[in-house]
Design a protein around this ligand. Structure first.
Ligand SMILES: Cc1cc2nc3c(=O)[nH]c(=O)nc-3n(C[C@H](O)[C@H](O)[C@H](O)COP(=O)(O)O)c2cc1C
Length: 278
């Protein structure tokens, strides 16, 4: 995160070229089985050993119907940190293992095209940045700095990202899916991110918490903040916490016609997708 601007923009161009090349070559590499691509090692030093998360709770107090009826975007949070139990439950809902399939392959709470599992999940809190390992149900502690402010800046100053007690980040490694599905891969990957994000929203609602799905961000800036490997792209930022009943999230009331082409970010706490930075 301390690199020069020139080094950062070189990294951005390389990342784009890499992902483009992967998507193009993926079209002629239609493998019969799901690819098992090695993940590029992360450049940073781990802060400490992995954290074991408590097992997910498999029956809760709220029905799926009630969670659906209560789901909404929440952008105002009280100052209460998430415990390991909540983080465990939310990450498991997003990308956790819920069964084994053929060949003892681990399958997840969210569907994945051809079981290629392109998504990765991270969580940023006041304690730093953590990477979720679905198979072990553990967190890798990647960075000891609080990155929420930098993520808010990378998302056109959407301040609720800075103020949320936790921000779940969904990223994708496109090569995992494009090696099998070629040019269909981008569509599949974004659909998968939608499934995982909805799981997080419903799980947070069922825990009497709240969240908001944020896609209005500078992709390269978020990648820089997270120090993502060149083959990995950010897809969604999902701030999560307990809703502040005294400062409810404003309801989006702007007519669609005025936002058809470009939606402005608006003041912090308003809803809608900000103009996606080019
Ligand atoms: C793809 C996508 C991107 C979004 N990006 C943002 C965003 O950048 N900032 C934000 O505040 N809300 C964002 N939202 C949330 C929508 O504004 C919100 O879902 C919409 O206003 C409907 O409100 P509800 O979620 O409370 O039903 C996004 C939603 C989707 C599906």
């Amino acid at each position: 995160m301390n690199g020069s601007i020139a080094a950062k923009s070189r990294g951005c161009v390389l990342r784009r070229l890499y992902c483009l090349a992967v998507l193009i070559t993926g079209g002629v590499l239609l493998a019969a089985d799901a690819p098992q691509l090695p993940k590029k090692s992360r450049p940073r030093e781990r802060v400490a050993g992995n954290l074991q998360l408590p097992p997910p709770v498999l029956s809760g107090k709220m029905s799926v119907e009630e969670a659906l009826s209560k789901r909404r975007s929440v952008r105002r949070f009280i100052r209460r940190e998430l415990g390991l139990a909540e983080i465990s439950q939310l990450l498991w809902a997003a990308q956790g293992i819920n069964r084994t399939g053929e060949g003892e392959r681990n399958l997840r709470t969210a569907p994945s095209a051809g079981q290629t599992y392109p998504l990765e999940a991270y969580v940023a809190t006041q304690d730093g940045l953590f990477h979720y390992l679905p198979r072990e149900h553990q967190l890798e502690w990647l960075d000891g700095s609080d990155l929420r402010g930098a993520l808010a800046e990378a998302a056109a100053q959407q301040e609720f990202i800075r103020e949320a007690p936790a921000v779940i980040i969904l990223t994708a490694v496109p090569a995992r899916t494009s090696a099998r599905y070629g040019e269909q891969a981008p569509r599949y990957i974004f659909l998968e991110a939608g499934h995982a994000a909805q799981n997080i929203q419903l799980q947070s609602t069922a825990l009497e918490m709240g969240s908001v799905c944020v896609a209005g961000f500078f992709e390269e800036s978020v990648a820089e903040v997270l120090e993502l490997p060149d083959d990995e792209i950010p897809v969604y930022l999902i701030p999560v916490g307990w809703p502040d009943a005294l400062q409810p999230t404003p309801i989006y009331a702007e007519p669609l016609s005025s936002t058809a082409d470009v939606q402005s970010p608006g003041p912090a706490g308003t809803s809608g997708v900000p103009a996606t930075p080019k």
